[in-house]
Design a protein around this ligand. Structure first.
Ligand code: PLP
Length: 646
């Protein structure tokens, strides 16, 4: 469908920046170059610029197919530094006496290369890890090898979990077990006595302060984890009675991920700081106050308290935490604790981009060239032709209602067998043409009725994209989380179509029909006309799904058995002619791998196919040579990528 962007001032790169809001959500990591390509600047202004189109060409040259995930490892390093420097800045500004000791919550992205990069970049800052399960603890213990480093264990724990944490303590790490419910404390005490190792303990407080946003239920009095004030006191009594009061090292809270409003953070920090101070006065010399996760990412660039945004900056977040903890501690006359934050999303969201190939479009309004209108048309067709001819003179809304009524009448007649296919096709063709003109008539007007706005959405095309929402964009499907999506090239051309995106799963939910917008949520995304080359083949058209590095990587499921996607890891390197190189390729799942995940055995599948081929040969339905060729195709196909190949 043609869109308002058809008209207006001349198109420019700046117009593209504004349309897709990249200069805001891009956080200086992403921009558009003069050639109209999206570029990455992994170190913002301090390093090389990487043209994403070049990375794609190189990946294609190395035989990789789409969808393709590009990780910019230097962005991870830059984020770790930015977080630590922001806390350090706030600590200096507010004359805070404690240190900042951040930890990366492994659940946000468990990929080994991601965790290793963060630990490496975090070495100068004694950056640690947070784990929430046994597998994460097993990985964390091995990867985090610095003496004295922090490993915070959240989540419910069993005896094995506790024993592994104790092993970490023996190895010289600060493995702090955060008690999520009172009974856990008994178990930790008893196992630590069996092993002869003093535990390092934390307590997760269930604060009354509760946030807004999609993950607000992680906080507040009905939260799944944490101790109420009464349980907190009971835990304190128990530790004293067991002479283990000195083992309580940390007070923790978590108000939910992606906190959009800074007021939530301010309130929670004050409540937690007060708890810390009161416990300190009860003679618990707690060393760490852990403010959990929640530091949000401005996915839509609106810098607002909207769910997909944040109304604060990184520096404001760190300033508020440091300021309020200092303020409460000074008033209560207790020492400033070392501060821990478990920021995950804000560290890893920016570093990865999913590149998806568009392989076709379902257009609502195609010029119906094969429909020939003559003098002897069906009365309903004639009426619609009249409406169309006189649209300039008619009231637009009335004209639309007339068209709608004729289309409904035609539908009834068709169902009753009173209309043929060519007539039905003409009615639909005219209905959409009239609708488009009606919508265009409202463009630029201060008010458009609700039904016209809905009509505009339904006029959007559907662009067919070679990916699975369930594998790569689960938070969008489950929680309506918005991600910035835009073409990665042709941005020097005005996009002329409004479209929604549909994936290749056989599921009507497998689509994206909500997009970021500066003020609201868009129902369609402005995109370019798909071009064909001289042979009638579609020219490549790629979309970038940005800020995908947090949670999406790991939560994807195997709906329709579409598996993990291909990945390339890009590193900046000043000695390289292009300023960067692709260090690592991680190949996505093959068909046989996703089948194995649901109990299919490769050899058994081949055997079953061979038996059927033999039968076909015996009964003369196939020649032996043909059967062997087809069997070869089947066996080779098993080793192929799960997505479509064009
Ligand atoms: C206990 C805990 N800490 C940290 C995080 C990470 O939060 P975020 O990604 O918002 O920083 C989470 C995620 O929900 C969490 O549950």
């Amino acid at each position: 469908m043609n869109h308002a962007t058809d008209a207006g001032p001349p198109w420019s790169i700046d117009a593209a920046r504004t349309l897709y809001n990249i200069h805001r959500w891009g956080a200086k990591y992403y921009d558009i170059n003069d050639a109209g390509h999206v570029v990455a600047r992994p170190l913002q202004d301090a390093g090389a610029t990487v043209d994403i189109t070049d990375v794609i060409e190189e990946a294609k040259g190395r035989g990789l197919k789409f969808p393709l995930l590009i990780r910019f490892q230097d962005i991870l390093r830059h984020r770790v530094e930015a977080l630590n420097l922001a806390f350090r800045g706030a600590i200096t500004e507010f004359n805070y006496k404690g240190k900042y000791r951040g930890v990366f919550p492994v659940k946000v992205n468990q990929l080994r290369e991601v965790v290793e990069e963060i630990l490496d970049a975090g070495k100068p800052y004694e950056f640690g890890l947070e784990v929430g399960s046994k597998p994460e603890l097993f990985a964390g213990l091995a990867l985090q090898n610095q003496m004295g480093c922090l490993i915070i264990c959240n989540g419910y724990k069993d005896a094995e979990f506790i024993k592994m944490a104790m092993l970490g303590i023996k190895l010289g790490k600060k493995v702090i077990m955060v008690v999520e419910k009172l009974e856990e404390l008994w178990q930790i005490i008893s196992i630590s006595r069996q092993l002869g190792v003093e535990p390092l303990l934390g307590i997760r407080a269930r604060l009354l302060s509760k946030g807004a946003g999609r993950w607000a239920e992680s906080g507040g009095e009905n939260a799944k984890f944490g101790l109420s004030t009464a349980d907190l006191l009971a835990a304190a009594e128990l530790l004293k009675a067991e002479n283990l009061g000195h083992c309580l090292k940390l007070l923790h809270f978590h108000i939910g991920s992606q906190v959009p409003d800074i007021l939530t953070v301010k309130k929670a920090v004050q409540e937690a700081a007060r708890l810390y101070a009161k416990l300190h006065k009860m003679d618990f010399k707690i060393e760490f106050l852990d403010v959990g996760g929640g530091l949000g990412v401005d996915y839509d660039g609106s810098r607002s308290a909207f769910d997909s945004s944040t109304n604060y900056s990184l520096q404001e977040y760190t300033n508020d935490i440091v300021y309020y903890v200092a303020d409460v501690c000074n008033a209560e006359n207790v020492p400033h604790p070392d501060l821990i934050s478990e920021s995950g999303r804000a560290l890893v969201a920016h570093h990865s981009v999913l590149i998806v190939e568009v392989f076709g479009a379902i257009e609502k309004i195609r010029p119906g060239e094969f429909l020939k209108y003559g003098d002897n048309e069906h009365p309903l067709v004639r009426e619609l032709l009249d409406v169309k001819k006189n649209l300039g003179k008619l009231n637009k809304l009335e004209a639309y209602h007339d068209a709608l009524e004729r289309r409904d009448d035609a539908q009834h007649m068709f169902t009753l067998g009173m209309m043929d296919l060519p007539e039905k096709a003409k009615i639909e063709d005219l209905y959409w043409q009239i609708s488009r003109e009606v919508v265009e008539g409202y463009k630029g007007q201060p008010y458009a009725p609700e039904e016209i706005r809905k009509l505009e959405d339904s006029l959007g095309d559907q662009y067919l994209c070679n990916f699975s929402v369930f594998q790569s964009l689960l938070d969008h499907w489950a929680l309506d989380q918005l991600f910035p999506i835009m073409p990665i090239a042709r941005l020097n051309e005005r996009p002329t179509h409004e479209a929604t995106l549909v994936d290749i799963t056989c599921d009507s939910d497998g689509q994206v029909n909500k997009f970021i917008d500066f003020r609201d949520v868009r129902d369609t995304l402005p995109l370019h006309q798909l071009n064909t080359n001289g042979n009638g083949q579609l020219e490549p058209y790629h979309l970038g799904f940005f800020l995908m590095g947090a949670y999406q990587d790991i939560m994807g499921d195997l709906h329709n058995l579409f598996g993990r996607v291909n990945e390339v890891h890009v590193f900046l390197e000043p000695d390289e002619p292009a300023g960067y190189y692709i260090e690592e390729i991680i190949e996505g799942n093959t068909i046989v791998q996703t089948l194995a995940a649901v109990q299919y055995d490769e050899n058994e599948l081949k055997r079953q196919m061979k038996t059927q081929m033999d039968e076909a040969i015996k009964s003369d339905r196939m020649k032996p040579s043909e059967a062997m060729r087809l069997l070869d195709d089947y066996e080779r196909g098993l080793k192929a990528y799960t997505y479509l190949s064009f």
